[in-house]
Design a protein around this ligand. Structure first.
Ligand code: ADP
Ligand code: ADP
Length: 236
């Protein structure tokens, strides 16, 4: 079954004060089956960030449909869209943690927003901190953590709402190679243990080679090639 389906998705930005629009995505079709790790690789400005933000409707596509776990998100708005977004976790290059909250409270935040009770929140957050090897950091603040630890907190937070899909927006680009390796291992672990489908965008070949099953190449807002990772990197 397809977990993520983008059909004919286009996105045109209309910057204020300019008459011409910027076509960031052009008729993108993308299908990611359940349980896969799919990478989208491309140069800066190719449309990667726009593409991944269209999957959870942080950006609304100008045309086309986005379907996640059988639900068409492009038809939703308001509460229905917020509900659907609980099935989609996201992590970012710069982690986006709240500096005033402890590790525990950062991971608990989406659950508080969902209206869960304190006990239910603890039951979910504690095992997530263990999975991400953060149990001894629960009372620390983000400023006391390394980059790799911060990203692990962000991953735990993204998993708190028990999503079916994890979106990774250049998740290792701010990390050194050793820490990158550790985060990629954690993502692989999550993919295998939880059966979570992962869509990631990156400009780094190494990331794709290390954990992706399939890869798409994006250029000028278009997906110009798609292959199994093994075939993609075969020398000519
Ligand atoms: P990438 O993530 O691959 O670097 P982006 O999706 O950020 O690519 O950008 C794709 C194109 O859309 C670029 O030409 C970029 O300048 C443009 N773009 C991105 N966001 C906006 C925006 N909010 N307003 C106008 N143009 C934008
Ligand atoms: P906003 O800053 O748009 O108000 P929220 O208050 O909904 O965002 O969420 C705060 C943080 O919690 C965000 O940075 C977001 O990354 C994270 N978050 C919220 N809901 C989820 C979710 N379902 N999965 C992963 N992370 C989430």
């Amino acid at each position: 079954a397809q977990m993520i389906r983008l059909q004919n998705v286009s996105k045109t930005y209309y910057p204020r004060g300019k008459s011409a629009g910027v076509e960031a995505l052009k008729a993108v079709d993308l299908h990611v089956p359940k349980g896969q790790i799919h990478g989208v690789i491309g140069l800066s400005g190719a449309g990667k960030s726009t593409l991944i933000r269209c999957v959870n409707l942080l950006e609304r596509p100008t045309t086309g449909t986005v379907t996640v776990d059988g639900q068409e998100l492009t038809g939703l708005s308001g509460d229905a869209l917020n509900q659907a977004r609980h099935r989609i976790g996201m992590i970012f290059q710069h982690f986006n943690l709240l500096t005033s909250r402890t590790v525990y409270a950062n991971v608990a935040l989406p659950l508080e927003l969902m209206g869960l009770k304190t006990d239910e929140i603890r039951e979910r957050v504690t095992p997530l901190l263990e999975l991400d090897r953060l149990a001894d950091k629960a009372r620390h603040y983000p400023a006391q953590l390394s980059g790799g630890q911060k990203q692990r907190v962000a991953i735990a937070r993204a998993l708190a709402s028990r999503p079916r899909v994890l979106l990774c927006d250049e998740a290792t680009s701010a990390l050194d190679p050793h820490t990158t390796g550790a985060i990629l291992e954690l993502l692989q672990d999550i993919n295998q243990k939880l059966g979570l489908t992962i869509l990631l965008i990156t400009h780094e070949m190494e990331v794709v080679k290390t954990i992706c099953h399939r890869v798409s190449l994006i250029s000028g807002g278009e997906l110009v090639e798609e292959a199994e990772v093994g075939d993609f990197f075969t020398a000519p």
